[in-house]
Design a binder for this molecule. Structure first.
Ligand SMILES: [Zn+2]
Length: 236
């Protein structure tokens, strides 16, 4: 084989590998869309709202949230980040003691589309290791940035851990915050749903933390007004 045809063959392999990755992403993306549509339908059918909090625990906000949820008699699901959990284990102990569900959100929040495949897989299993005191090996997993690949999907299936999507983004991480009623309005329009919020407080201005509490209160008020049950994901 000449150097030129070797090069061409090498490029062909690279293109084929790239195409296989893209096909895998397209497949997992289609699966995600289907799963979210099914979740939306199930929430509506059962008249259920699930509040979910990612990226915590946050020393400045998680305790305040626990107080708010306790006052309203509501249980939520917290998708904790391993690296923050090990810094504030007493907060996760309090989350668990209050009867909330705790799931895994990886150790370091590696976006599966932007990191090497082995690094995304390692981040998932290291997350479960760090969260072992609170999350079973087959506890729910929320993919960082909502991104998955065929490999991460397979790894989660192997541990029998459900992948936990959301149906309504509260907007609490948007560059410019939406109306705090946004999530509650969507809950009313959809007849239920799974709301994405965040409970970390690292480098997060007080205004964002207040937004999370405000949006939570509004969703709870809407659930009450609409006769919707507020449940952790394990009871969906
Ligand atoms: Zn996250």
């Amino acid at each position: 084989m000449s150097a030129a045809s070797g090069l061409a063959a090498g490029a062909g392999v690279a293109v084929a590998a790239g195409a296989a990755v893209l096909a895998g992403e397209a497949l997992t993306y289609a699966a995600k869309k289907r799963e979210i549509a099914a979740l939306r339908a199930r929430c509506r059918e059962r008249g259920v709202v699930a509040l979910t909090y990612d990226d915590g625990p946050g020393p400045e906000i998680t305790p305040r949230l626990l107080e708010l949820l306790a006052r309203q008699g509501a249980h939520a699901t917290f998708f904790s980040l391993g690296r923050r959990a090990v810094l504030a284990p007493e907060i996760l102990d309090a989350v668990a003691a209050a009867g909330h569900e705790i799931g895994c959100h990886s150790l370091l929040h590696r976006n599966a589309w932007k990191t090497a495949p082995w690094s995304a897989l390692a981040d998932i299993s290291a997350g479960y290791d760090a969260l072992a005191p609170w999350v079973p090996a087959d506890g729910r997993f929320r993919p960082p940035n909502g991104k998955q690949t065929l490999l991460t999907r397979r790894a989660l299936r192997r541990r029998a851990a459900p992948v936990a999507w959301w149906t309504i983004d509260s907007g609490d991480t948007y560059a410019s915050l939406p109306d705090p009623a946004h999530a509650a309005d969507r809950v009313r329009a959809d007849g239920g749903g799974i709301v994405l919020l965040h409970d970390h407080s690292e480098d997060r201005p007080a205004e964002r933390l207040d937004f999370v509490l405000d949006a939570t209160e509004r969703v709870l008020a809407t659930a009450r007004a609409e006769g919707l049950a507020v449940r952790p994901l394990r009871e969906l």
